[in-house]
Design a protein around this ligand. Structure first.
Ligand code: ZN
Ligand code: FE
Length: 256
């Protein structure tokens, strides 16, 4: 099935991903933190029906619009079983599979940002909320660094050409950190230059690809000598396990 994916901007730096099935004129949204952009889109596109709402985690900027959309439509709300999600119809666990607009999505548990956080994957398309960001990762509000490191490792094992649809436009500030971690990484430098120009022109920097993330995202590169040495140098430590390098990197970014 051909599904068109676009972004509805919300708040200051959120994207509500909109999936459109042109064959049936049904659509779905991911993490509608605000109902208004979705309802404005529906009003501007008569004939389109919102049939599904996918939720990655319980934070307000991801679920804030759900109840209003649920009242205005017949959409089915999918969300993590272990979190409190407003108007949830289908509670999802790790490795569940759901069908949305004719696409099968695998549910992947990715604890770290929150404990119940899930991601949705369909053949080369990853909706990962606030877990993996372009050139960064989510803050650890509920989980441990070890959990987040394991979650990111799981996402990194998906095919290289996977498109990464995360929720926030944080790419530029993430890359400023990434270049501080790896000043000698030419891919990071090139990406920083490109993203700086995109943001100056008001252009969205998403989706990313896993291949590009593996080259430039320091949180996916904790096995790299350059990243480990930088963390060891800052913290005066040696021979850290990758999850410990990740923990130190995340703590550094929190204060960056
Ligand atoms: Zn969040
Ligand atoms: Fe968020």
């Amino acid at each position: 099935t051909m599904i068109q994916i676009s972004a509805l901007p919300a708040f200051t730096d959120n994207y509500i991903w909109l999936l459109q099935d042109h064959r049936t004129q049904r659509c779905a949204v991911v993490d509608p933190g605000d109902a208004a952009p979705v309802q404005a889109w529906l009003a501007a596109h008569p004939g389109w029906v919102l049939s599904d709402i996918l939720i990655t985690h319980h934070h307000h900027d991801h679920v804030g619009g759900v109840e209003q959309l649920k009242k205005a439509t017949d959409a089915t709300v999918y969300g993590p079983a272990s979190e409190s999600i407003p108007a949830r119809d289908v509670a999802l666990k790790d490795n569940d599979r759901i069908s949305v607009l004719g696409w099968d999505f695998d549910v992947i548990n990715v604890p770290g940002h929150t404990l119940g956080h899930i991601a949705f994957y369909h053949q080369g398309h990853l909706f990962c909320g606030d877990t993996l960001f372009a050139a960064g990762c989510g803050r650890l509000f509920e989980g441990t660094p070890q959990q987040m490191h394991a979650s990111l490792s799981r996402l990194a094992a998906l095919p290289e050409d996977t498109l990464v649809y995360c929720t926030h436009e944080y790419t530029l500030s993430n890359l400023k950190f990434a270049i501080a971690v790896e000043p000698g990484n030419p891919d990071t430098a090139a990406r920083l230059e490109k993203v700086t120009a995109q943001r100056e022109a008001g252009i969205m920097t998403l989706p990313s690809t896993l291949a590009l993330e593996k080259l430039t995202n320091p949180f996916l590169r904790v096995d790299e000598t350059s990243v480990k040495e930088k963390v060891d140098e800052r913290n005066g430590t040696q021979n850290r396990a990758p999850s410990a390098v990740f923990a130190a990197l995340r703590a550094w970014k929190d204060k960056f």
